[in-house]
Design a protein around this ligand. Structure first.
Ligand SMILES: [Zn+2]
Length: 108
């Protein structure tokens, strides 16, 4: 595990989410790695706008993953952060860091 996030201090949360937590932690370390690569490209004398956008969007994803991990610890994972509706497992499997249900996401 190359992630810098220390999840040992967090309560384990519902064991139902163990698989999602593992998935989120894997995705997080992938994002961190990709972001570092993108940031290296940004550090060139002529910054690459594509790499800049990429590193910004990876930062957003990392934040979303951290929030999802915090929701698992807090016991609110799997419920929409806006309306409280249960987020279907199929959606979480596709986007484990999703915090909003489909209808709330579509409304935004
Ligand atoms: Zn919702």
């Amino acid at each position: 595990m190359t992630t810098t996030l220390d999840t040992r201090d967090l309560p384990a949360g519902d064991p139902r989410w163990d698989a999602f937590r593992t998935l989120l932690e894997e995705q997080r370390s992938d994002c961190v790695r990709e972001r570092e690569a993108a940031l290296e490209e940004c550090a060139q004398s002529v910054p690459d706008p594509v790499a800049q956008r990429r590193s910004a969007s990876l930062s957003d994803t990392i934040t979303a993953i951290d929030e999802a991990l915090a929701r698992i610890a807090a016991g609110s994972y799997g419920s929409c952060v806006h309306c409280g509706a249960t987020i279907p497992d199929e959606r979480l499997e596709l986007r484990p860091h999703a915090g909003a249900c489909v209808s709330c996401t579509d409304r935004r």
